[in-house]
Design a protein around this ligand. Structure first.
Ligand SMILES: Cc1ncc(COP(=O)(O)O)c(C=O)c1O
Length: 344
């Protein structure tokens, strides 16, 4: 099976497994796992922040961030297709008691002007107590639902500046910030500059088996540690998995450019198939989202029967993701299968 469902299907390499087997460990709940601490320190350094907290998943780092930044009843502004809105099981409402204010962005991105409209207009005639107070902005870079889209830096800065001026804290879901940096050459710390917190994942294109980190100021991460524990994320000899994450961070970041190259080659093929609707220029990193005439479920099932796995992302929408565990030759074969099934 050529598995293009997600970059999360990547498995640890023998060298990564060696690093994991030999990792010094302690009890992370007591703060004395040396490998977890090394991972946290290194991640904070790469993101230009004071500290980081290692957690089991990116959903947990996002939700701990929202909980740490808000009070129940607050309003959190984000794109309607964000992972936090669509794929974290209703976490913002269930875990933080907040209202999500969704903005209908373009491929997951929106402008400072659109944010201004969402924030509303204060007027002495309207009691400020009516509206849930907007206290947090969440952005996602790259944007999964948007097809791996990258925030242009000027737009990212402008939206963050508008949020800051309006008194909102700012959280970045940077599950694939490594892909954004690999594609643009802009360092992760620069993307992180205008955010109070950033969530990053090691278990996606970087290829580690488990884990994400939430980075921010020392005060913020101390508060986030409380919610990591509250959400059941206090893990013990977590250094074993942190070693995989650290290995991925140090050895696999540079490989992400190959994943982007593979996605570009697949996009070149798909863009030529009449029954497939794919804007070639929208494929910026390792995620392809495209529409198929005749419906996604039938198409995905037919491709799977011929050895290529992808995800149904909507009635006619399909997601394919390239990663380090598929070769360029496999991507070429996947293109042939897709073309055959779509009748191109
Ligand atoms: C953009 C984004 N944020 C957060 C997550 C959540 O990560 P996890 O699966 O580790 O909970 C994902 C997972 O795919 C994601 O794509």
């Amino acid at each position: 099976m050529i598995d293009l469902r997600s970059d999360t299907v990547t498995r640890p390499t023998p060298a990564m497994r060696d690093a994991m087997a030999n990792a010094p460990v302690g009890d992370d709940v007591y703060g004395d796992d040396p490998t977890v601490r090394r991972l946290e320190t290194r991640t904070a350094e790469l993101l230009g922040k004071e500290d980081a907290v290692y957690m089991p998943t990116g959903s947990m780092t996002n939700q701990a961030a929202i909980r740490a930044h808000t009070e129940p009843g607050d309003r959190v502004v984000m794109d309607i297709g964000s992972h936090v809105v669509r794929s974290e099981g209703g976490g913002p409402a269930a875990l933080s008691g907040v209202t999500v204010h969704p903005i209908v962005g373009e491929r997951g991105l929106f402008t400072a002007a659109e944010l201004r409209v969402a924030l509303g207009v204060a007027h002495s005639g309207s009691p400020a107590t009516l509206t849930p107070p907007a206290t947090l902005l969440c952005l996602e870079n790259t944007h999964n639902g948007g097809g791996g889209s990258i925030w242009p830096l000027e737009e990212l800065d402008a939206v963050a500046a508008m949020a800051r001026a309006a008194g909102l804290r700012r959280h970045l879901d940077g599950a694939r910030i490594w892909n954004a940096s690999a594609a643009t050459g802009i360092p992760p710390a620069r993307y992180a500059r205008n955010f109070d917190s950033v969530s990053v994942c090691f278990s996606k294109g970087l290829g580690a088996p488990v884990g994400s980190a939430l980075v921010g100021s020392r005060d913020f991460t101390a508060r986030a540690r409380r919610f990591k524990q509250l959400f059941g994320g206090g893990f013990r000899q977590a250094g074993i998995i942190a070693a995989g994450a650290l290995f991925a961070l140090e050895h696999h970041r540079a490989d992400l450019a190959h994943d982007h190259e593979k996605a570009a080659r697949l996009a070149d093929v798909l863009a030529q198939v009449p029954a497939i609707d794919l804007a070639r220029e929208d494929v910026e990193t390792n995620i392809l989202r495209f529409d198929v005439a005749g419906g996604a479920p039938r198409f995905v099932d037919a491709c799977r029967a011929r050895g290529v796995a992808m995800l149904v992302a909507g009635a006619t929408s399909v997601r394919a993701v390239t990663h380090r565990d598929v070769s360029m030759e496999e991507v070429r074969r996947a293109g042939e299968v897709v073309r055959g099934v779509a009748g191109g």
